[in-house]
Every structure is written in C-alpha cells, then in structure tokens.
Design a protein around this ligand. Sequence first.
Ligand SMILES: NC(=O)c1ccc[n+]([C@@H]2O[C@H](COP(=O)([O-])OP(=O)(O)OC[C@H]3O[C@@H](n4cnc5c(N)ncnc54)[C@H](O)[C@@H]3O)[C@@H](O)[C@H]2O)c1
Length: 390
Amino acid sequence: MQVYVIGLGHIGLPMACFIAISGKQVIGIDNNPQVIKAVKNGSINIYEHYNGLHISKLAKKLIDQGKLTVTKNLRTIDQHPGVFIVSVGIKSSDDFKQDISPIKEVMDTLVPQLKPGDLIIFRTTLIPGTIDEHVIPRLESLNIPVYLAYCPETMAETQAFQELNNNPIVMAGKDEESFAKAKEFFNSISDAPIHKASNIKTAELIKVVQNISRDVEIALVNEISVVAEALKVDTYEVLNLSNTHPRVKLLQPGPGVGGYCLPNALVYLKHTLLKGKNTDIPLSLMEVARKSNLDRPKKIVALIEQALKDVNKTLEKSCIAILGLAMKDNCADCRYSPAIDIAKMLTEKGAKVKGFDPVVGKKFPFQVDTLQECIVNSDCILITAVQPGI
Ligand SMILES: NC(=O)c1ccc[n+]([C@@H]2O[C@H](COP(=O)([O-])OP(=O)(O)OC[C@H]3O[C@@H](n4cnc5c(N)ncnc54)[C@H](O)[C@@H]3O)[C@@H](O)[C@H]2O)c1
C-alpha cells in the first residue's frame, strides 16, 4: 500500500517517518522546495528524536533505505488505492487572520490524482465545518468512490514518535466505510486507541475544544501564581499540594502561550459560530483567558522592570539574557513564542537583549551562540523555556 503524506512540517515529517518505520512505503510531499531540500540534506530544524536519532538523520536514513521519498509535487505512482494523509494547516498571520487557501490548494492538487478506493485522512487542526464546506463537495463532484476521514493530531513536539504510537485518536469518517478504512489503516501502524466521533464537524470541534481547554487552564494557573506572589506564599507549594486532590490538575505557570495551535483555537471557534450566524453565544471565559495569555509577556516585562528597579537599575541601562526562545520547553518551534514577544518589548523599551536557545536555529538578531555569551554581563536572566543545555 502506498502512503502519501502531504505537508512535511512539525507534524507531517514525524508522521511520514513513523509510517515508513512501520514498514509501509511513504511519499512525503511539501510544496515548499526549501523543506524538501532540508529533508533531503538532513538539515531540518525540528526537535524530534527516534531511538536517540535526530529526525533529520532518521529521515535521511529512511530515504537512503528507499522507505521514504520526498518531493515537491504530488504524483500518484500506481493503480492500487493509496492512503493520503493531509497534515497541512490553515495559514495564520501575526494578527491571527485565518487563510484557508492551503487546504484548497491541497484539494486542487489531490483531486485530479484520485482513483476509486483511495483513502484521504486529514490529520490537522481545522475550523469546524471546513471539511463539510471545502473538501466533501470537491470529492462528490469527482463521482468516484473515495474514502474520507478526519482525525485531529494531538502529539506534542519532541514526543512525536511515542505519541503517534500511543495517543488516543478521535476520528470521524464521511461514512461508515470511510471510518472503517481509516481505522484499519491506523491499527496497522500504531497501538493508539481510536475513539469514534459521530461526524467530521464534531471531530473538528473536539480538537479546537481541547486547545481552548489548555489555553484556559494556562491562564488560570498564571493568575494563581500572581495571587500566590501577592500573598507571599510559594506558588509551587500551592500548585503541588493543590494537585494532591484527585480531581484537581493545575498546570505550571509560564511566560505565556505560543505555538500554532493554542493561540488560534478561539479564533477558529468564532469563525464557525459566525458562519452559523451564532453571534450571541457568550464566550466570555475563553475571551478573558485568551487576553490574559496574550498579555502575559507584558506582565513578565513589568516584573523584570520592577526587579531591576528594586536594585536601582533601569531597563534602558540593563542587559537582559533570555534563555529559551521556543514557545515551550524541549521544542524548536518559535511560532507566537512569548519569549520573542518579551524580547521585542524589552528592546522597544531600550534594554539590551541577548537570547540563547540551543535547539532553535539562528533566526533572530538578538540571538547568541552560547549560554556563556548570553549570560555574561547581564543584569537579569529570564528563563522562558527549559531546553537541553539550559
Ligand atoms: N505543531 C504541533 O505541535 C501541532 C500539534 C497538533 C496539531 N497541529 C496541527 O497540525 C497541522 C500542521 O501543523 P504543523 O505544525 O506541522 O505545520 P507546519 O507549518 O510545520 O507544516 C505544514 C507544512 O505543510 C506545507 N504545505 C503547505 N501547503 C501545502 C500544500 N498545498 N501542499 C503540500 N505542502 C504544503 C508547508 O510548506 C509546511 O512545511 C496544523 O493544522 C496544526 O494546527 C500541530
């Protein structure tokens, strides 16, 4: 069985490798030639390992062994039904404007290649209703029997291989046959339990709800940390002992919320509600949590300013070392990273900023190459993400 993985990013590349390791022939497609070049020459900057091997080396090894092929153009290679896994997301701008065109482009290239019996699985985060609106009509216009399923991806970067194998999968099919085909496929490559959702829109919503749930939980714990500090009690003692309650699961406070998924989740939900003309549904709790998380870097900057003031220093005359530039621990992804927002704000306020992250490739002008270089002569050290080597 030929498997095609469309989109070789943080999710698609580990997925392609994982499926190839399971013994299936995989063709990975990415319309960005730089991505294809980086996969081929082993210089992908994703922090993922399989049995100690970095994903760059793993992908190259699988390519050399003939188990994985990567290419810019999707072209089906045989007449037997294949499996097409789409791991391309909706494009999101700095101000969270959503652009659905990548999904439409995938359909534009995929639809002419399809043949009876092909199975398409969207493993991506979508605005609920996207598949019904943009995918199913295109497939129906083809007038040939193809199977379609949707399952959100829940793996955390750095845990890809373990979580692809074990994380429960919520999945829905266009129809019963589609669900059965997709289930059979996943059962053939992983041990992950599969939970059936009654339709695709429900499964799309489940992923958005999971992301919003994390967003709200993070806002809550950050607020608790401010309360604990004001009351001069140890935040971590409060959290750890609160969590001894069997039904309380507070997270850890941090510098804010980054990455592609969580900051976009509420925007996705609002799009769906708007589309269904549900304009009067109250989302106040989610809105407050989102705003609180967006404002968190500003609060961290204020904390730094105050801490410097306490020792008779000013931001303008200080050097701040930021350790960890990625959006969270053990990860190379800097999309919407709070550390980057903090660095920008500090620079705008006149501080000198140096940032170090051993996992993130050189991307920012304030980035330095070593931990030593970062912290030497600094007036304040801010740890925003814990990485190997920090
Ligand atoms: N990164 C995560 O931890 C994570 C976790 C869970 C879910 N997701 C979801 O998975 C999806 C993918 O996320 P990601 O982080 O891998 O994104 P990404 O940006 O890292 O990767 C997407 C890849 O798709 C490629 N692409 C775009 N349009 C294409 C097209 N028409 N044809 C072929 N390739 C195309 C891009 O060049 C890019 O390499 C998103 O919906 C995201 O919300 C991500």
